[in-house]
Write a protein that binds this ligand. Structure first.
Ligand code: HEM
Length: 351
């Protein structure tokens, strides 16, 4: 027997403790992709709670962020020209250059404002992630009568710039307690990295072999501010309010993944978010009483019963995984229950 055959025969099952992720499903089902990213990034109920508690702070930042993003995009010829050419690969002469207060840029600013409002809305619904994915898709020449091509370098840089501006403003907030700032920037960071994936995935070739299996929505459904023919952007509350009856159409209309598994089973969405009903079904809002409980101001990190708990149970919003104590790195599970306590702070001073 040849060496390669022998290697193929020598098949060892993955340990039971490992979670199986099906590559085909990962690339053909948006809910499965989102679930994997949530699981890997440990995006969970405490992040949702931090985002809900932080909504009013983020909302206040949106107009300023929109202005600096457009200042930035119009600062470089290579990004500014896209507002005329609609293609960042186009290096030819430009008929006109957009300026910050031109009607066209005012219109674009309105869309960026709505986008950021949507980003700052209810992320427990699949429709939310679908919209972020649609934003990725619309920048690669798809879903538009008049296609738009923005190469990934500009999208990634732009997201990084938005993240930097948001984090700086949140961290500089004069009254927000540190543990709440930490919880909010951790949660926002995860959302922005997922948006980054949903932009980057349309630029890389990892899923080339599956591309045909994911049909693109028709033009009507991809009108500006629309998802599946339903307006998801438009007024500041519309994106938060919409009931999402058509959500999840593209990747989960049949309710099954490409392997025939029900989406809920494939994604364990119900266990993941602990919301009672599947929060990503796009069919139902989570139990309002549960959301209300989340909206309550999270208490300071509480004392944790460490007896027999695994790492995952030691999960306090705002608790760092690592901390330097007396010049040594201490892992989360060995930290004092409250790393922000006076005792911990005086330890730090000794370093
Ligand atoms: C963080 C990165 C970005 C985000 C989140 C974003 C978001 C959006 C959104 C939400 C829309 C249209 C709204 C809708 O149809 O629902 C849009 C359209 C557009 N974006 Fe972006 N964008 C990003 C980066 C960029 C960059 C870097 C450029 C140019 C260099 C750009 C150029 C455009 C243009 C020209 C349109 C108009 C498309 C049209 O008229 O059909 N975007 N963008």
């Amino acid at each position: 027997m040849k060496m390669a055959d022998q290697e193929q025969d020598h098949h060892v099952e993955a340990p039971a403790s490992m979670e199986h992720i099906d590559r085909t499903e990962l690339y053909t089902s948006l809910p499965v992709r989102i679930q994997f990213l949530h699981s890997f990034l440990e995006f969970g109920p405490e992040d949702v709670a931090a985002l809900i508690a932080g909504q009013k702070y983020v909302k206040a930042l949106i107009p300023a962020i929109v202005n600096i993003v457009y200042k930035k995009l119009l600062k470089y010829d290579i990004t500014a020209r896209v507002f005329t050419t609609r293609n960042s690969r186009d290096e030819g002469p430009v008929s006109s250059w957009a300026s910050e207060d031109s009607a066209q840029i005012m219109h674009r600013k309105m869309f960026l404002r709505w986008y950021l409002t949507k980003l700052n809305s209810d992320c427990t619904r699949m429709e939310y992630w679908e919209y972020l994915d649609k934003v990725g898709l619309m920048h690669v020449g798809k879903g538009r009568k008049n296609p738009l091509h923005v190469e990934y370098i500009f999208l990634g840089a732009c997201l990084g710039f938005i993240q930097d501006a948001m984090f700086e403003a949140i961290l500089s907030h004069p009254r927000l307690e540190l543990y709440r700032k930490i919880a909010l920037i951790k949660a926002l960071g995860k959302v922005i990295w997922i948006q980054n994936d949903l932009m980057e995935r349309w630029h890389n070739t990892d899923a080339l072999e599956f591309l045909e299996e994911e049909p693109i929505d028709d033009e009507e459904a991809l009108k500006e501010g629309y998802l599946h023919g339903k307006q998801v952007l438009g007024d500041d509350d519309a994106s938060v309010r919409s009931n999402g009856t058509n959500a999840s159409k593209r990747s989960s209309e049949s309710g099954k993944t490409i392997l025939g598994r029900p989406i809920e089973e494939a994604t364990h969405l119900m266990d993941g978010m602990n919301m009672g009903r599947c929060p990503f079904s796009g069919m139902a809002r989570p139990d309002p009483a549960h959301l209300e409980r989340q909206r309550a101001v999270p208490s300071r990190p509480a004392a944790v019963n460490m007896s027999g708990n695994g790492l995952s149970e030691y999960h306090i919003p705002g608790t760092p995984r690592l901390k330097l104590v007396n010049g040594r790195t201490v892992l989360k599970q060995n930290l004092d229950p409250n790393p922000f306590s006076d005792a911990a702070a005086s330890d730090e001073k000794k370093i």
